[in-house]
Write a protein that binds this ligand. Sequence first.
Ligand SMILES: Cc1cc2nc3c(=O)[nH]c(=O)nc-3n(C[C@H](O)[C@H](O)[C@H](O)COP(=O)(O)OP(=O)(O)OC[C@H]3O[C@@H](n4cnc5c(N)ncnc54)[C@H](O)[C@@H]3O)c2cc1C
Length: 345
Amino acid sequence: MEKFDAVIVGAGTAGLSAGIALKRSRKNYVILDRKGEIGLPVRSTGAVSLMWVDRIGMPRDPKIVSSEISGISFRTDSGKDVSLQYDRPVGLVYDFTKYEKFLADEMEGALNYRLKTSVNFVEGSVVHTSDGDIEADHIIYAAGPQSAFGRKLGKSEALVAYEETRELPPRKDFQMVLWFSDLVPGGYVWDFAESPTTRKVGVCYYPLKASQPKAVLDEFTRRFPEVDGKMQHTMAHQIPLTEPAATVVNGKSYYTGDMVNAVLNTTAGGLQGAFWSGYSAGIAAAKNDPSYYQKKWDEEIRPWLMKHHRLHGRMHRKGVRSVEKLMTLSKLMPMSIKKRVFGGL
Ligand SMILES: Cc1cc2nc3c(=O)[nH]c(=O)nc-3n(C[C@H](O)[C@H](O)[C@H](O)COP(=O)(O)OP(=O)(O)OC[C@H]3O[C@@H](n4cnc5c(N)ncnc54)[C@H](O)[C@@H]3O)c2cc1C
């Protein structure tokens, strides 16, 4: 049987960043994924905060960036807003297929990954895959939301998310606009810059009612024709939006990314949490010290996620009225603080 220091289940952001950490430590590892191509199907809009990109070491090579964000506007569909223009980019939108390929093949040279390989189940240190059995000292789970290896999330614990890339010129005001609305409980509608001729327009919300995401986006588009444009591609998936897990290590098994709800509940952004948790789990496996990852999670990653989790609870307790109240309060903040707070999300 083949034997590795570590097997990683999943080649999304969390799994690839774990691979980068293991490769940097010259460990013998393999990343397994059932999909046929890195980056496909696209699972993310790809928007991230530059402050966090730099702080946790995510890549920012210009060739994987489709647009930069220096103007952001948070709005409600009844007309309240917090809108900020910066004199420099505070965020970027990755070109998602290029971004994941960059993690897999360029950031640290080519990682050792195998595609079209499903992990069926794990028994002790033996990983049973569609392509035979593999033994590993450490197993890093990075299999995304609602995978067979994670806890099943309820309707008020995961957002449904649906996005259309639409033919639209760049907005003249902001590169990133988020609307809060009772049409999208717990989530929002977004309009992000992509290319000179396209923008990404999508919805995410707790599926508490029966409405289909496409119908919700269509209804929003009827109300706000400024986001109407010919559809080029669509993308749909789920985003866990609930309290981050308390325990992320079990023996020499490590749980990362969406599997442990490493998603910022306020923005539904999970790329940063996936990268940070995956990379930290990779370091822990390389050091043969699982407690390193749990400590990093307890002391840095989880408190950061919990701040967003609590704020999200306040924002959505009474639907869009709670968001409006927070927006009114934020008008009292000095502009410099407001810019720092929102620019650092
Ligand atoms: C529509 C949408 C828009 C989003 N926009 C943003 C955004 O703008 N910014 C942001 O920060 N976040 C965004 N997110 C969230 C972000 O994309 C996710 O949080 C992040 O991609 C999670 O990464 P991950 O590595 O944990 O999981 P994933 O990227 O889901 O990777 C999991 C991988 O595991 C593989 N896998 C699963 N089970 C098995 C198995 N049994 N065997 C082998 N392989 C397996 C899957 O094929 C998959 O490749 C968005 C999400 C959605 C759905």
